[in-house]
Design a protein around this ligand. Structure first.
Ligand code: AMP
Ligand code: MG
Length: 401
C-alpha cells in the first residue's frame, strides 16, 4: 500500500503553516520545574533569568600588568602584588601595584598598564607609552547589571547559556518540563535490526529517526515500540501511549488501506482530529489530533523520508510550543546547486547536503530512499509553483543535525 497519492487527486491538504498553527493552538505549555546546571543544556527557560548582582561584581584587570593612577607621572615605585581572588588595599598614592588578569583594581587606581608596555627595574615601573584612564579595566557591571534579564523566557539553553547561568552564581533555574514522548511503529512487515529478514520483510528504521530527533529536540523518550497491524493492538498501544506521554508519535498505518488502523483507533479513543493530510511532497498523509487528556497524537506516514517531513515541519515545532519556545521552524537560507521542479499545490521537502550555504541534491527524492538520504544534513523546502527553480535559487532549509 503506497502512502503517496498523485498530486492531482482532489484531497484536501492542510498547508504546513496552517497545520503548525493548529498544533500550536491545541497544545498547553508544560509545567515549569527547577533544573540543575548540568541538566540545563537543551532545556527551555521557563521564567526570565535575572542577574543577582553586577557582572563583573568589581572592576578588575583585563591584563597581567600594573595598576596605577593615570594622573600620577611615571615612573612609579612598586608597592603591592594583587592576584585574582585578592581583596586589595587601596593603592598607595604615586605607586604601582602589580596585578594579575581578573585581580580587583584597588581603590585609587584608574588604569592598568600591560606588562609588555613597561620597563621594570629594581621595583620601579616606567611606562613605555602614555596611559589613559580606564585602560585595560573591566568595569563592574560591564557584562550585566544587577537586575538585568540575562536569559529570556522561551530561550533554548545552549551549553554556553547554561554556563552563563553558572556565572551568575545560580545552581538551578526554572525550565519547562521535558515533553514525554512515546514512539509507536506500525507494520507487520517490520523486523528489528539485527534480526534476519524473511522475503517481504524490512528492517524497522523509523523509531530511531523519531526518537533520536525528538530526544535531540529536548524530549524524554519514554519508550518506543512496535504495533501489530490489527485494530485491537493499535487501540491498546495508543491508549497506553496516551496515558504515559505528552506527545505520541506513530509511523505507518495511517492511510486508507485494509491494514491501516491508526485513524479508526484514535477516533475510537476520543482523539479529536486537528487535521488529516498536509500539503507536502513527500509526507502528505499525516493525521494529528488531541486526546481528551490533552496529549498530542501524530500519525506520521510509514515511509522514512515522509515521516522525516512531518517530524521536522510539525513535531519539532510542537515540542517547542510545549516547552514555551517559539514554534517557528529554525531554517537557514541556502542556494540550490542544481535545478529542481516545483509542485503546484505542495511544498516539496527534499533531504540534501548543505555545505557553505549550498544545497547538493542526493537523488533521494522518493520517500523510501533512506540510504540515499543518509548523507543529508538539511531538508530543502521547495516552495509551491508550476515551474522549475534554477540552480542558484536561494531557498529555506531545515538543518537536520
Ligand atoms: P504504511 O504507511 O504503513 O503503508 O507504510 C508505508 C511504507 O513505509 C511501507 O513500505 C512500509 O514498509 C514502510 N514503513 C512503515 N513503517 C516503517 C518503519 N518503522 N521503518 C521503515 N519503514 C517503514
Ligand atoms: Mg503499514
Amino acid at each position: 500500500m503506497t502512502t503517496e497519492l498523485p498530486a492531482d487527486l482532489p484531497h484536501h491538504r492542510t498547508p504546513v503553516e496552517e497545520a503548525r498553527a493548529l498544533i500550536v493552538r491545541a497544545v498547553t505549555p508544560l509545567p515549569i520545574e527547577q533544573v540543575a546546571l548540568r541538566e540545563l543544556a537543551g532545556r527551555v527557560v521557563g521564567a526570565p533569568v535575572i542577574a543577582p548582582h553586577d557582572l563583573p561584581r568589581h572592576a578588575n584587570s583585563a591584563m597581567d600588568g600594573f595598576a596605577i593612577d593615570s594622573s600620577t607621572p611615571s615612573p612609579w615605585p612598586l608597592s603591592a602584588h594583587i592576584l585574582a581572588g585578592d581583596d586589595p588595599a587601596p593603592l598607595t598614592p604615586g605607586t604601582a601595584a602589580a596585578i594579575a588578569t581578573g585581580g580587583v583594581v584597588p581603590d585609587g587606581a584608574d588604569a592598568v598598564i600591560p606588562l609588555e608596555r613597561v620597563l621594570e627595574e629594581r621595583d620601579v615601573i616606567t611606562a613605555l607609552a602614555p596611559v589613559e584612564a580606564g585602560a585595560h579595566i573591566r568595569p563592574a557591571g560591564a557584562d550585566a547589571r544587577a537586575g538585568d534579564v540575562v536569559l529570556e523566557r522561551g530561550l533554548r539553553l545552549s551549553p554556553l547559556a547554561a554556563s552563563a547561568v553558572s556565572g551568575l552564581g545560580l545552581t538551578h533555574i526554572p525550565c519547562a518540563r521535558r515533553p514525554r514522548v512515546v514512539v509507536l511503529t506500525t507494520g507487520d512487515e517490520l523486523v528489528a535490526p539485527g534480526e534476519p529478514l524473511r522475503r517481504g520483510q524490512i528492517h524497522e528504521s523509523n523509531s530511531v529517526l523519531v526518537a533520536s530527533t525528538l530526544a535531540a529536540a529536548g524530549c524524554e523518550i519514554v519508550r518506543t515500540g512496535g504495533v501489530a497491524d490489527t485494530g485491537e493492538a493499535t487501540r491498546r498501544a495508543f491508549a497506553d501511549a496516551i496515558a504515559d506521554a505528552d506527545l505520541v508519535v506513530s509511523t505507518g498505518g495511517v492511510s486508507v488501506g485494509p491494514r491501516d488502523h491508526v485513524k479508526p483507533a484514535l477516533r475510537a479513543l476520543g482523539v479529536e482530529e486537528l487535521f488529516w493530510r498536509i500539503a507536502t511532497q513527500p509526507g502528505q498523509p499525516v493525521w494529528c489530533g488531541t486526546a481528551p487528556s490533552g496529549t498530542l497524537v501524530a500519525g506520521l506516514p510509514g515511509n522514512p523520508l515522509s515521516a522525516l517531513v512531518g517530524l521536522h515541519l510539525l513535531l519539532i515545532p510542537a515540542v517547542r510550543a510545549l516547552t514555551g519556545a517559539s514554534p517557528e521552524p529554525q531554517t537557514v537560507r541556502a542556494e540550490l546547486t542544481a535545478p529542481i521542479g516545483q509542485l503546484p499545490a505542495r511544498l516539496r521537502a527534499i533531504p540534501m547536503r548543505l555545505a557553505d550555504g549550498r544545497l547538493e541534491q542526493l537523488g533521494a527524492s522518493l520517500s523510501h530512499q533512506l540510504a540515499r538520504a543518509a548523507q543529508a544534513n538539511a531538508l530543502a523546502l521547495i516552495p509551491t509553483g508550476d515551474g522549475e527553480l534554477a540552480a542558484g535559487t536561494v531557498v529555506d532549509a531545515v538543518p537536520l543535525d
